[in-house]
Design a protein around this ligand. Structure first.
Ligand code: SF4
Length: 475
């Protein structure tokens, strides 16, 4: 291993140099571990001569860090696991392949090659789990409007044409808007490439493991999509503003400490409003705020909302609010003037019990959140807005509370209870992530999760299993 890893590292860096376009998310690889694996096939054979999976993982880390194989040590380790997983899969050892592919994703969560190996291994181990081939065949008959009609901003200043957690390819930046204008960004070469990947039926940049529309099999037919895009304009119908990370909480799955952007950053975002945010808002049918923090904790987003609500002459109910619910009370609605402007509210909670809530919603206030949910539920019943959703990221700490969460949703009369997979946003070390990620078959409590997933309450029509759907189908 001491000799093979440096040679692999050189090939890895060569891949990064030759295929820079595959490094699309803050320098993390989404596809290049596949290219790397192909170019280093023989080295992987040598590397994997010792069949002990656990020892192998420890040795790769130890040797890589000891050899100081920089830059990209972290990503490199992920790519070695991804390549090793693919090699083991080709050899027919699906259990070991899955373990290593999951390890790869704990290092590089956007690595589509490693994600696909997990899907392949799951199917090889349990034929009831959907195969990658079946998913790819299904996708050839489907269409997704998102890269044509949706836009999301990120705190890095990157702009995406779908949710970056399942289509992690940046199509441009705020700086591009300053330089070339908004319309050039909306039709950038990368934006066009993403649209082409839907038009050719490959969906090659989409995560088959995490996309909730692929997981729940809810994409429209190809014929319907091809007809709909005739009417699509350059300006997105749906925009998600997620560039301000300010939040009143510091949930461990999202961040390691409380974050509020400094005044100069806030001023920059406020200045961007006229050039980008307001024109997008004016032309969009739906504006979601926000996937990056909390709209009620962000001064920038509060300003944007207040200005929008004051200026909008027609009450078009364009706004979709994503919040942790703690500050979303009557006072905030009154101060911002939200009445008549909101179509949807989604509240991310992740717990049914106060003791769990105290951990997964660090700095939160369970009582206040529940009281505000009552307020929102009452508004929903009066028809003030059209949809109220509560969200739950499944992890080792909370999975036993899934049925109670559904019961609470029914009591509140919500329109949807959404369950989704835990991701590693670099807030967990790979080992911590593995401890939390009960969706992994290697997790000691995975069997208990499968039992919970069999609960008939999860069949309730308002329950959306999104990217947990595949696992439930095989439970
Ligand atoms: S299929 Fe999923 S990942 Fe791909 S563009 Fe649509 S929503 Fe995004």
């Amino acid at each position: 291993m001491n000799e093979v890893l440096p040679r692999l590292h050189e090939l890895f860096l060569q891949t990064l140099r030759n295929y820079p376009e595959t490094v699309a998310w803050n320098g993390e690889n989404i596809n290049n571990s596949g290219i790397f694996y192909q170019s280093a096939h023989d080295l992987f054979e040598t590397l994997l001569q010792n069949g002990d999976n656990g020892a192998f993982i420890a040795k790769v880390k130890e040797t890589t860090y000891a050899s100081n194989l920089t830059p990209d040590t972290h990503t490199f380790i992920g790519a070695v696991y991804a390549g090793s997983a693919a090699h083991l899969m080709a050899r027919g050892d699906a259990v070991a392949a899955r373990r290593l592919a999951e390890e790869a994703v704990s290092y590089s969560q956007f690595d589509l090659f490693a994600q696909n190996t997990i899907i392949k291994a799951n199917h090889a181990i349990n034929p009831a789990a959907r195969s990658l081939e079946e998913t790819e065949e299904w996708l050839k008959t489907r269409f997704c409007m998102r890269p044509f009609t949706m836009l999301e901003t990120a705190s890095t200043g990157e702009v995406y044409r779908c949710c970056p957690s399942y289509l992690p390819v940046s199509t441009g930046t705020f700086a591009d808007v300053e330089k070339n204008g908004l319309e050039a960004l909306l039709d950038s070469p990368t934006a066009q490439a993403l649209r082409n990947s839907i038009l050719d039926g490959s969906f090659r940049h989409c995560s088959k493991l995490y996309c909730p529309f692929i997981g729940s099999r809810t994409l429209m037919s190809r014929e319907e999509g091809l007809e709909k895009i005739q009417a699509a304009s350059l300006y997105p119908e749906e925009v998600f503003f997620s560039h301000d990370v300010s939040c009143n909480l510091s949930c461990p799955s999202c961040r390691t400490h409380k974050m509020v952007i400094p005044k100069d950053q806030q001023d920059k975002f406020d200045a961007l409003s006229e050039k980008m945010l307001v024109p997008l808002t004016r032309r969009a049918k739906s504006v979601s705020i926000c996937g990056s923090g909390d709209p009620f904790a962000s001064i920038h987003f509060r300003n944007l909302l207040i200005n929008y609500c004051r200026a909008a002459t027609k009450k078009e109910r364009k706004l979709a609010l994503q919040t942790n619910g703690v500050l979303c009370d009557k006072k905030a609605w009154d101060n911002i003037g939200l009445y008549g402007h909101v179509s949807r509210v989604a509240v991310s909670v992740d717990a049914a019990q106060e003791s769990t809530y105290a951990i997964v919603r660090r700095d939160g206030n369970f009582g206040r959140m529940r009281e505000n949910m009552r307020f929102l539920s009452d508004l929903r019943r009066t028809g003030e807005f059209d949809s109220l959703t509560i969200c739950f990221v499944v992890q080792a700490l909370n999975f036993r509370e899934m049925p109670d969460f559904v019961r609470w949703g029914a009591e509140l009369g919500v329109d949807a209870v959404v369950f989704s997979q835990l991701r590693n946003w670099s807030t967990f070390s790979p080992a911590e992530y593995n401890n939390h990620n009960v969706l992994s078959r290697a997790h000691p409590e995975h069997g208990a999760l499968l039992d919970v997933l069999k609960d008939p309450l999860l069949d309730s029509p308002f329950v959306n299993m999104s990217d947990v759907g595949n696992l439930r189908a095989a439970a």
